[in-house]
Design a protein around this ligand. Structure first.
Ligand SMILES: Cc1cc2nc3c(=O)[nH]c(=O)nc-3n(C[C@H](O)[C@H](O)[C@H](O)COP(=O)(O)OP(=O)(O)OC[C@H]3O[C@@H](n4cnc5c(N)ncnc54)[C@H](O)[C@@H]3O)c2cc1C
Length: 526
């Protein structure tokens, strides 16, 4: 049992580092990351962060846009709280040195789909990278923050792991696999914050980092916390289809500048068949149309073609995409781009209140791992980094203010490896991993039916049992830890989708196409 800090934080993205910086004045904090510190969804964010900063814009308008995107399932109290905190959160980032684009002495704001005003602060098209760098630099400088890369959290430590086998559900830290030392360590702390990101890698195609396997959601669920709205997975319509490069986004601006979506076999421009706005229809409609073409004809991808525009124009507007694809043998000034929709954002997650508290005493959560009530049935673009900043700070403030009432750490039993051996059939892990991601893509994707969801449920039940057996017999490895979590979150997604008998926001099912009058969260109780 190792007490390296007062507070343990799982995740070094925007949520985890914001929480750490807000705690460090009073507490010693350890931030763990499963790989390198910078490998997060945060570092990949392109567009920016939404905040009311333009004259003529208002908190009411930002709240209203968020509620419309969320199809009425958002918690109004939470939306108001986050929207009102946004300008302050941006100011904190500026103080940390994030070089947001400016024009004539004011922040330059862009406008994104679903926003009724220009309100996105950005650092060109690499906002997330700049934020990640600034937060990491500030955390590395702080004497009270220990940054621990290559440490994979396995499970939360609760009263059940105490030497007196207490029945308390309080969380006292975690068991984690130290990749460098190749052993499991017991890290304890008075408070633990999950900031471990989303579960996008449950799907075959995802823009999320490789580590987005829903670890925090699965850990909280196993520790007895409620999980909510897991059926709401956001898909980006156009991700490059390539067997090697699985998560390269083709920005929606390509369609904005005249890119045409075509059937790869017939060359037919199909978008006008689905929506009079053609390729400029909203993200969800385009993603559904592509999905329909792919599933109807058993295709691997469709084409996005911008080659009819002047080569100079294409190279000038999309220099990164041009270079990247040229390296893969596709000259986009002459050839179409094979694309598929890809999972992009996990709206559901661990239920938290306005202070980032979960159901377990001592356990907090912030960022994409949570369901805070902000996004409802669909995330409004650029609201998610904002959620990380606001809830990261809220969790830290609550811990600071309630330190004396947090559960004291009892003596914890060490990780027990006495009944396991090294695996001699790791192929089971790669095989199961591939199977899950493929059927989640085909059966629990953009357009759903009850029959497909039931097929997925049948398969996940079988695989969960197999993974449980495997986990019980073999020593943990990072891949096994992730797989165990992936089957858990896939099951939560399927169960949530099966229980929603309507189409709302991102959950679209052919068996229940109507939206019910009353908006209700899907809440799963362990
Ligand atoms: C390509 C892309 C573009 C995006 N663009 C935007 C945008 O423009 N604006 C916007 O608002 N949002 C955007 N998003 C969404 C946004 O980036 C994320 O929602 C947000 O960054 C999530 O931050 P987080 O701190 O919750 O998690 P992350 O930034 O994903 O960090 C997760 C951390 O948890 C760690 N971790 C996970 N599991 C474990 C474990 N078992 N043990 C130890 N550590 C663990 C990881 O190592 C990592 O450090 C985009 C997302 C993607 C993928």
């Amino acid at each position: 049992m190792k007490t390296i800090a007062d507070v343990l934080i799982v995740g070094s993205g925007a949520a985890g580092l914001t929480a750490a910086l807000n705690l460090a004045e009073n507490r010693k904090v350890a931030v763990i990351a499963k790989g390198s510190l910078s490998d997060s969804a945060t570092g990949r964010a392109q567009g920016g962060i939404a905040a009311v900063l333009e004259e003529g814009d208002s908190f009411e308008a930002h709240v209203n846009d968020t509620m419309i995107a969320g199809a009425g399932l958002n918690d109004l109290r939470v939306v108001e709280h986050v929207v009102e905190a946004a300008p302050g959160a941006i100011q904190h980032l500026i103080e940390l040195g994030v070089p947001f684009a400016s024009e004539n002495g004011a922040l330059h704001l862009t406008r994104e789909g679903g926003h009724s005003h220009r309100r996105i602060v950005h650092v060109a098209d690499a906002t997330g990278y700049a934020i990640q760098q600034a937060l990491e630099a500030a955390a590395a400088k702080h004497p009270n923050i220990i940054l621990v890369p290559d440490m994979v959290a396995i499970d939360l430590v609760t009263g059940r792991n105490a030497t007196d086998f207490s029945t308390s559900g309080a969380v006292h830290g975690l068991y984690a696999y130290n990749r460098k030392k190749r052993r499991v360590e017991t890290l304890t702390g008075r408070a633990t914050i999950l900031a471990s990101g989303g579960a996008g890698r449950a799907y075959l195609y995802s823009t999320a980092p490789r580590g987005a396997t829903g670890d925090g959601i699965a850990m909280a669920w196993r520790a007895g916390c409620r999980v909510s709205n897991m059926e709401f997975m956001q898909f980006h319509p156009t991700c490059l289809y390539n067997l090697e490069v699985k998560n390269f986004l083709i920005t929606e601006a390509v369609r904005g500048e005249g890119g045409i979506l075509k059937h790869p076999e017939t060359g037919h421009r199909f978008m006008p068949d689905y929506d009079p706005r053609g390729e400029l229809a909203p993200r969800d409609i385009v993603a559904r149309a592509i999905d329909h073409e792919i599933k109807r004809d058993g295709l691997d991808y469709v084409f996005l073609d911008i080659s009819h525009r002047e080569p100079e124009f294409v190279r000038e507007h999309f220099p990164n995409i041009y270079e990247k694809l040229l390296g893969l043998g596709i000259d986009i000034t002459r050839q179409p781009i094979p694309v598929v929709p890809a999972q992009h954002y996990t709206c559901g997650g661990v239920m938290v209140d306005l202070d980032g508290r979960t159901d377990a005493p001592g356990l907090y959560a912030a960022g994409e791992v949570t369901q805070s009530g902000l996004h409802g049935a669909n995330r409004l673009a650029s609201n998610s980094l904002l959620e990380c900043l606001v809830f990261g700070e809220a969790a830290a403030n609550h811990i600071n203010a309630h330190w004396d009432s947090l559960p004291p750490v009892p003596k914890i039993r060490a990780w027990d490896e006495s009944r396991v051996t090294d695996s001699d059939e790791e192929v089971v892990i790669t095989q199961t991993w591939g199977e899950i991601r493929r059927f989640m893509w085909n059966y629990v994707g953009i357009v759903r039916t009850t029959k497909r969801l039931e097929r997925a449920k049948h398969r996940i039940d079988m695989l969960r049992q197999e993974v449980r057996d495997y986990y019980a017999h073999f020593r943990v490895t990072p891949d096994l830890i992730e797989l165990r979590n992936l089957v858990e979150v896939a099951d939560l997604i399927i169960r949530s989708a099966l229980s929603r008998h309507e189409s709302r926001g991102l959950h679209y099912t052919l068996d229940y196409p109507e939206t019910l009058a009353e908006a209700r969260d899907t809440i799963l109780i362990p």
